[in-house]
Design a protein around this ligand. Structure first.
Ligand SMILES: Cc1cc2nc3c(=O)[nH]c(=O)nc-3n(C[C@H](O)[C@H](O)[C@H](O)COP(=O)(O)OP(=O)(O)OC[C@H]3O[C@@H](n4cnc5c(N)ncnc54)[C@H](O)[C@@H]3O)c2cc1C
Length: 410
């Protein structure tokens, strides 16, 4: 139905992802991951790379497909069927790749970006610290320059892929203690072999098998050529990385919720209560209809955000809105799908209970939905209050618009 938004090559790429998701990942892998029997799904990531389905929007010179954001959203939506852990493994090359493709040196692109997109090298990102994730600029991990190296010290928490990554993109404070935080942070590529220590692997409600852990960097010496972008230039990289962080979260949530909706719709067709298929009860069919409309609206918003970024425009507000709206639509849809199935939906006979556990995370990670609200308000107020567009003064249409003495603001 959303085919109208995609060109023929974009549809073909989406269909490649659909076929991969259908055929190349066994139910046994998903079950083992959810059971905590897999630390990190490395073989699956390698297969995604081999199929050319990692970081599809990057240039073909580095192993991408030169696709648009709209096409990448369609691809990520398909991967949503595999849950958040595999979905994140598929999205991470797009996130770390954004930093490398836009800010990396040719050498970094050759040594890191190309092997990451090929699925040969696994990357993870360390932004969140034990003291907080929302307050990114309050990071306390430090990088001190020492000749041709930087010495990194600190901890990063909730790093997906901590158990399996070969390289970590780490943000660390490089400025003087009294420098403004947004001019004090730099990004580094830190090879695991340099001494990244995984201190704890988290027991998670869902998103299992993705190797989420806390890492410790204790005087890790990183060669200066692994600084990404400019010294103290981390803010620009962070802002750019938030586009793939949030758009992939949005599309993945839509994909997973779409699967739960399909299960619920088929179930309602077959399941009978009081001698009639339950889809005959409006309590059931309207619940499904509302989910369909909610997901369509979320997908439309995500596509508009993607096209806005493709057009080189400032998509900050739309990207934040898309992340919040899509993850909340996804959550409501999976929850409704569970209700349609009744008791059996709450069991592991159907995958909806896993989707519910997985999807809950999407409202927390890549910036909580409260942080999305902060950004949306900030950007909207800036746009509106700074606008000089000559529009109708609708305030003067009020019946008592001239009661100036009643317009009290303080
Ligand atoms: C399974 C999992 C995987 C993750 N993967 C990664 C990863 O790979 N790399 C990485 O760096 N991070 C990762 N994260 C971290 C994630 O992005 C953070 O958990 C998230 O940004 C919130 O940070 P926090 O947990 O420290 O919560 P806090 O920042 O402490 O926030 C706590 C609560 O306060 C609210 N809050 C905070 N500040 C404000 C404010 N100014 N206004 C309104 N509300 C506010 C938040 O919305 C939240 O509800 C992951 C997290 C999980 C659970």
């Amino acid at each position: 139905m959303f085919d109208v938004l995609l060109t023929d090559p974009e549809k073909a790429l989406r269909d490649e992802a659909r076929a991969f998701v259908r055929d190349a990942v066994s139910p046994a892998l998903l079950k083992a991951m959810d059971a905590g029997e897999v630390e990190y799904p490395r073989d699956a990531v390698r297969a995604m790379g081999k199929a050319g389905l990692l970081g599809v929007r990057f240039a073909p010179d580095h192993g991408g497909r030169g696709a648009s954001w709209a096409a990448e959203l369609a691809v990520v939506e398909e991967f949503g069927a595999l849950g958040t852990a595999l979905g994140c493994a598929q999205a991470m090359p797009s996130i770390v790749g954004e930093a490398l493709s836009r800010f990396g040196t040719d050498d970094q692109k050759r040594r890191y970006l190309a092997p990451i997109l090929a699925g040969e090298l696994v990357a993870a990102e360390g932004l969140t610290e034990p003291r907080g994730g929302s307050d990114f600029f309050g990071a306390t991990t430090t990088a001190r320059q020492d000749g041709s190296h930087f010495v990194l010290t600190g901890q990063k928490r909730f790093v997906v892929g901590a158990a399996g990554a070969d390289v970590f993109l780490i943000y660390a404070r490089t400025g003087a203690p009294d420098a403004p935080p947004h001019k004090s942070i730099s990004a580094f590529l830190v090879d695991r072999s340099l001494g990244v220590d995984v201190k704890h692997l988290y027991g998670l409600l869902g998103t299992r098998g993705g190797g989420t852990g806390r890492i410790h960097l204790r005087d890790v010496r990183v060669p200066a050529e692994n600084l990404v972008g400019k010294l103290h230039g981390g803010t620009e990289i962070f802002n750019r990385m938030m586009v793939p962080e949030r758009l992939t979260s949005a599309a993945g949530a839509i994909g997973m919720a779409r699967c739960s909706l399909e299960i619920a719709t088929r179930y309602a067709q077959k399941r009978k209560a009081f001698g009639r298929p339950i889809r005959d009860y409006q309590a059931v069919s309207f619940r499904i209809a509302e989910s369909v409309a909610r997901l369509d609206a979320a997908r439309a918003l995500a596509f508009v955000a993607g096209r806005t970024v493709d057009a080189g425009l400032d998509g900050r507000r739309l990207v934040s809105e898309a992340k919040k709206v899509a993850t909340e639509a996804g959550w409501a849809t999976v929850n409704d799908a569970m209700q349609v199935l009744g008791g059996i939906g709450y069991t592991s006979v159907f995958p909806i209970e896993r989707m519910l556990r997985d999807l809950r995370l999407t409202m927390i990670w890549t910036g909580t939905n409260e942080v999305m609200n902060l950004l949306t308000y900030h950007e909207y107020a800036k746009e509106l209050l700074g606008s000089k567009a000559a529009v109708r003064d609708v305030e003067s249409d009020a019946g008592d618009a001239d009661a100036i003495e009643e317009k009290v603001y303080e």
